[in-house]
Write a protein that binds this ligand. Structure first.
Ligand code: MV4
Length: 446
């Protein structure tokens, strides 16, 4: 097992990783920017190293500073958390080249899944269902027109280097294809320096359902079921649930069996999430994330597993020690992402938190690095707390979330707590009857 783990992140996820380290008896090193000198992740770590000024590119994204911090503290492994360097294949390779363990997948798998065309090609060969579309990159407008005619309009042109919603254009008809083609390629080139694009049939009212997997270095792969992440606005998720209100245990088992068999053949290691669109009873793979995800706690609650502990053990070469039949699902979990934003306009609301009282009680978990007196800095994303509830049924989880939101006190910055309360009282949400478009329409119609 590792002697010391450096956590290359900040905020609630840095605390989350520290908690797993402490339970495993492993000392931690925090890194921080000058803006985070007073942050909770620094206070609670065994050691800390200041790695640069506030701007993330000069601190949390600065590979040389992070490797130096690992070197001077004697850390033998690095956990990247989510965001920042977590899906940077070059970083993963450099960590290993310095003789340290990267707590995540291999650099080659990170690189493969970062190329959305390579990811789809790999998944297709493993029998994972895809959205109908081009077989790989589409070279020119004529080829695009041929693919679109084959699969039928509307189609979506996506950047190979994209993901998370960047570099996508819909063409609703053959007349609109040339315009969408030029804009998509131009954006892909400008945003990623890579103008490779591919084409898919555009699904007009899908749910976003993702499957959590974990693989050890000995060929054992399990899945921990799905999360429904359809409640999003501008590609920012606001609320996630496990399981999805839209699918059955049989559907979960069938999809899980396909993806675990596929990832075993791929030799994948550590945590991963396969993103699917789900519409008309069909799953279609779109992307794979090679990191721990923000919303991992809902999976932990229904499976009773510590996913970060599993990541650390696997990176140290340990076996999973259990098989799929040992993974059981109990009850329902919901996460609300509470951000320091104006709940009407979504403009960031950094500043000093003068009072903080998180909710508690049975089945309530708050992952947060907030404390009374803390100043939320303006430099990073505005997530200040993940409020997670677990209950025997979805209806009870909703009731528990509503009472927890009502208990939650954050004074000094604006938060999205009132918006979450409004979502939870909506009959459409309560019925579980929503797609990826529901929240944006709800917000517009308030
Ligand atoms: C799609 C789609 C409809 N049809 N692909 C957006 C983010 C990226 N991960 C994939 N995305 C989408 N791909 C086809 N063929 C609709 C979206 C999409 C979306 C997907 C998941 C969660 C939120 C979304 C919001 C808008 C569009």
């Amino acid at each position: 097992m590792f002697n010391k783990i450096l956590i290359a992140n900040r905020g609630e996820i840095a605390l989350r990783i520290q908690r797993a380290c402490r339970e495993l008896g492993i000392p931690t090193v925090a890194v921080h920017s000058t803006a985070d000198a007073e942050a909770m992740h620094v206070r609670l770590a065994d050691e800390s190293v200041c790695i640069g000024p506030p701007a993330a590119r000069d601190s949390y994204l600065k590979i040389s500073a992070i490797l130096s911090a690992a070197n001077i503290t004697g850390a033998d492994a690095i956990h990247p958390g989510y965001g920042f360097l977590s899906e940077n294949a070059d970083f993963a390779a450099m960590v290993e080249a310095h003789g340290l363990a990267f707590i995540g997948p291999s650099a080659d798998h990170i690189r493969m899944m970062g190329d959305k065309i390579a990811a789809k090609t790999a998944m297709a060969s493993l029998g994972v269902p895809l959205v109908p579309g081009s077989a790989g990159e589409v070279a020119d407008l004529d080829a695009a027109a041929a693919v679109a005619a084959e699969i039928g309009y509307p189609v979506l042109i996506k950047a190979a280097a994209g993901g998370g919603g960047r570099g996508m254009k819909v063409a609703t008809s053959a007349e609109g294809l040339e315009e969408a083609w030029r804009v998509a390629r131009g954006e892909a080139h400008a945003a990623f320096g890579n103008d490779a694009v591919y084409i898919e049939k555009y699904l007009d009212r899908p749910r976003h359902i993702e499957m959590q997997v974990m693989a050890d270095a000995h060929g054992n792969v399990v899945h921990f079921g799905e999360r429904d992440c359809s409640l999003q606005r501008r590609h920012q998720k606001l609320l996630e649930e496990a399981g999805s209100p839209a699918i059955t245990a049989e559907q979960r088992d069938a999809l899980g069996a396909t993806v675990t068999a596929g990832l075993a053949r791929l030799g994948y290691r550590n945590a991963g999430t396969l993103e699917f669109l789900y519409q008309d009873g069909q799953f279609a793979f779109i992307e794979m994330n090679t990191r721990l995800q923000v919303e991992h706690p809902v999976t932990e609650m229904v499976c009773g597993v510590d996913l970060v502990r599993e990541q650390i053990r696997i990176a140290a070469g340990h076996r999973l020690g259990y098989t799929q039949k040992d993974v059981t699902f109990s009850g329902h979990a919901i996460e609300c992402r509470i951000t320091a934003e104006d709940p009407e306009t979504f403009t960031a609301s950094p500043g000093r938190v003068t009072a903080y009282h998180p909710p508690g009680g049975l089945g309530v978990r708050v992952d947060s690095a907030l404390y009374a007196g803390y100043s939320v800095p303006p430099y990073y994303d505005s997530l200040i707390a993940k409020l997670v509830v677990h209950a025997p049924t979805r209806a009870e989880a909703i009731a528990r979330m509503r009472r927890s939101l009502a208990e939650f006190v954050v004074v000094g910055v604006k938060t999205t707590l009132p918006l979450h309360a409004r979502i939870l009282e909506e009959p459409t949400f309560q019925a579980g009857d929503y797609t990826i478009h529901w929240l944006e329409r709800f917000v517009a119609g308030r």
